[in-house]
Design a protein around this ligand. Sequence first.
Ligand code: FE2
Length: 207
Amino acid sequence: MLSRTVTKKIKPTPTSDGAGVKLGRVIGGHQLSELDPFLLLDEFKSDDPDAYIAGFPSHPHRGFETVTIMLDGYMEHKDNKGNKGLLTPGSVQWMTAGRGIVHSEMPKMDKGLMRGFQLWVNLPAEKKMMEPRYQDILPEDIPVVQDESEKVRVLAGCYKDTEGPVKDIVTSPLLLDVTLAADKQFSVETPTNHAFFAYLFEGSALL
Ligand code: FE2
């Protein structure tokens, strides 16, 4: 087995998007413009509704996938095909925009907090115009692998023989939400031809 070393460490760049939602941009900014196939990673985190209440009014996506991971608060989404839904705390939405989706995303806080991530995953050229689709995953449908030092929610891919609920993604991603006890290390096997990143933060309300 080969061991990978961390090649770059960055902190999110404060920015805003949509109708003025304050974000931390990790991938997709000047520090790390992309990490193929990852085009963007934003963290949104606030206890101030003015920082995000205007949300992300109607906007298009095409040729890639958007993954919304809610830790705290809600995200209401509606698209131009009549699809709509409400992402609840702890839930994940894997949206394959494919040949095109126009949608709005409106955040709402819960217990004074709104926190989550959005990741954009590119599609290979031959799949860019695929049929759009959603995989909305409730928190209770996300399997957890747990021992005394770690709690791992398996969102996509396979970890310790546990399969995540997000299926049939062209890029075969492994997406884990890992909670570690203090001073513990985490390691995971990954295909050598896959790009890999970890986003570290303290203080999820899910702990
Ligand atoms: Fe969007």
